[in-house]
Design a protein around this ligand. Structure first.
Ligand code: 5GP
Ligand code: MN
Length: 343
């Protein structure tokens, strides 16, 4: 973000303000980590700051500091609307197009009268504000929040709560510091966050060792539904609503399932199709290894987007039709997928 914009933001933050922080629907570790980190930081600076998320926080993140203060737009509708309407500044974190918050909350953002500040690492940001800090090369919005606080000259003020939230988002968005988006800067930031009070072993334990028996059973179902298309270097998994219901599905339970496909030798493209009866859609997650852009694939065919190696999308067809559409597309991409990754 250029110096002029940073100076203007410093001006905006010079007096105490009512500020709201929002992230995308079905918020993940980076979305919740970045909003809560900014909430803690802004409160420290004397502002009245409130996080409003479109819907609930998954269980594996419900230990984050002050997660109880978050308004959920779907369940706490009037408080959420009021908080947005009464705010002067609204931080858009970990997404870059209003439709990512879902239809209801999208309207509140579209009619918002205050000033937006966007911090995000997804591709092709919508021009929603004059204050856009967008960098698709950075692994996570949480790392960008660290740099943002640094640009404001306040890195020394990062306390244990802020550090914990930022650490969590970096960890979850980098697959625990494994993905190619993890740089030496990421590790330097992480080192500093540990120095500032993020308890790394506790955070890993809180996020990853909270499986329920039913979630592991659902993973078993997902893995037994897995189809390996070795010739096409592709794997796909389906989970039906009936299978979710049988496993007593809770939000977040399928997080990370798609990555099992990529752990197979020679597989460069992994996809999971999850039926959502309530929204009447098939929610899709795409992951790739190497050059094959799942962002483009999701954009071109499944009304979605995201990053080069991790994207999402949706289909309004039935599960069977969706899978047929998908497998029908694969031969066109065979060369690209095969050549995506060489080690
Ligand atoms: P996931 O598969 O974990 O839901 O999402 C992977 C990445 O793609 C995340 O960064 C997420 O924000 C983004 N993403 C997921 N679904 C969509 C979508 O429908 N549209 C766009 N533009 N991005 C998405
Ligand atoms: Mn993110």
């Amino acid at each position: 973000m250029d110096k002029v914009k940073i100076e203007a933001i410093k001006e905006l933050l010079a007096q105490p303000k009512n500020i709201v922080l929002v992230a995308h629907r079905n918020p993940d570790g980076d979305a919740i980590g970045s909003t809560l980190a900014m909430q803690h930081y802004l409160k420290l600076k004397g502002h009245n700051a409130r996080t409003v998320l479109p819907n609930d926080v998954p269980e594996f993140l419900q230990w984050l500091p002050r997660v109880d203060s978050v308004y959920k737009y779907d369940k706490q509708n009037s408080q959420s609307k009021k908080a947005i309407e009464e705010s002067e500044l609204l931080f858009v974190l970990d997404f870059n197009a209003f439709h990512r918050v879902g239809e209801d909350m999208q309207k509140a953002l579209e009619t918002y009268k205050g000033t937006f500040i966007m911090i995000d690492h997804h591709q092709q940001p919508d021009p929603i504000s004059e204050f856009i800090y967008s960098d698709t090369s950075i692994c996570s919005t949480c790392q960008m929040v660290y740099h943002f606080i640094d640009m404001l000259g306040d890195v020394a003020e990062i306390n244990a709560d802020i550090a914990t939230c930022i650490y969590t988002g970096i960890m979850t968005d980098t697959g625990s510091f494994r993905f190619p988006s993890t740089t030496s800067t990421t590790h330097k930031v992480i080192g500093d966050l540990i120095d500032k009070g993020a308890k790394n072993a506790v955070i890993h334990d809180n996020v990853f060792n909270t499986n329920s028996v039913s979630r592991l059973e659902l993973l078993g179902t997902a893995l037994s539904n897995m189809k390996v298309l070795q010739e096409l270097h592709t794997v796909y998994i389906t989970i039906s609503q009936a299978e979710l219901t049988k496993a007593n599905y809770k939000k977040g339970d399928t997080e990370g399932f798609v990555n099992y496909g990529l752990s197979l030798k020679g597989i460069n493209f992994a996809v999971i199709f999850i039926e959502d009866e309530e929204q009447k859609i098939i929610k899709i997650s795409f992951r790739s290894k190497g050059k094959f852009s799942v962002n483009q694939f999701a954009r071109n065919h499944f009304n979605g987007g995201g990053h080069d190696n991790a994207a999402g999308g949706r289909s309004e067809l039935t599960m069977e039709e969706t899978v047929l559409k998908f497998t029908g597309l694969l031969p066109t991409y065979k060369k690209e997928i095969s050549a995506s990754y060489e080690n």
